[in-house]
Write a protein that binds this ligand. Sequence first.
Ligand SMILES: Nc1nc2c(ncn2[C@@H]2O[C@H](COP(=O)(O)OP(=O)(O)OP(=O)(O)O)[C@@H](O)[C@H]2O)c(=O)[nH]1
Ligand SMILES: [Mg+2]
Length: 257
Amino acid sequence: MGEAAGGQPGVGRVLVVVPTYNEADNIADVVARVRRAAPAVDVLVADDNSPDGTGTLAEAMAGTDAQVHVLHRPGKQGLGAAYLAGFGWARQHGYDAVVEMDADGSHAPEDLPALLAAARDADVVIGSRWVSGARVVNWPWRRLLLSRCGNLYARMALGMPVSDATGGFRVYRLSALRAMRLESVCSQGYSFQVELSRLAHRAGVRIVEVPITFAERERGASKMSPLIVAEALWRITTWGLRDRRPARWRRGHDRWP
Ligand SMILES: Nc1nc2c(ncn2[C@@H]2O[C@H](COP(=O)(O)OP(=O)(O)OP(=O)(O)O)[C@@H](O)[C@H]2O)c(=O)[nH]1
Ligand SMILES: [Mg+2]
């Protein structure tokens, strides 16, 4: 392991997990920016065998920087599966916290120090687009509307005091992930972020939101699809209805801890 000794003050050893699928135009830049912005943290690129060679590019970076690692996965299995594999890797390698971050430049690595500073006094830090001080740059109005409505619906259906439950720039302490019982996670796409918000809220861990600057991707193609939106809608509705049922009607892991 090449991580800087001592890790992040007040947080410990931190691993930034970057899931990738066809991000060859972005991955080198984003990893370099993370390393500059937060030199004490390590990076794990979780690549789903991208046809454009993202995994090979990441491997080359890992060859010259002992704080960069690559998890090669057999094929495209969705964001949630890539993150769960990355979290498992972090656990096996003794990290104290993981960061979720997109590879497409939407999440600015330069915001990472603020997220890590907030993690000193929190179990989960959400980089939020919808709290005071945040900025959203170059997003088409349709995406803005989808995000605002999606978050409003998630907050109402699930009763969570979280402004940006769909965002994917976050810090989780490993202790929080253990308390959240990730074995119940079923999301494939972006509802993964809502599902983890819900599990964190239910586990009673300390959640804080920190304003970020979110920018539309400049290079490469979005993996967002109507199917992904439909999955999120369906799952949020199902969880919302399930959470409202009396405890004696719920099965197994759906009970409150
Ligand atoms: N490993 C892996 N990564 C994925 C998969 N789907 C998306 N990603 C990555 O997850 C991150 C977010 O995906 P994006 O396509 O940017 O999705 P988005 O940010 O919701 O959509 P845009 O705003 O349109 O970019 C990026 O780093 C993707 O490369 C997948 O199936 N497997
Ligand atoms: Mg994106």
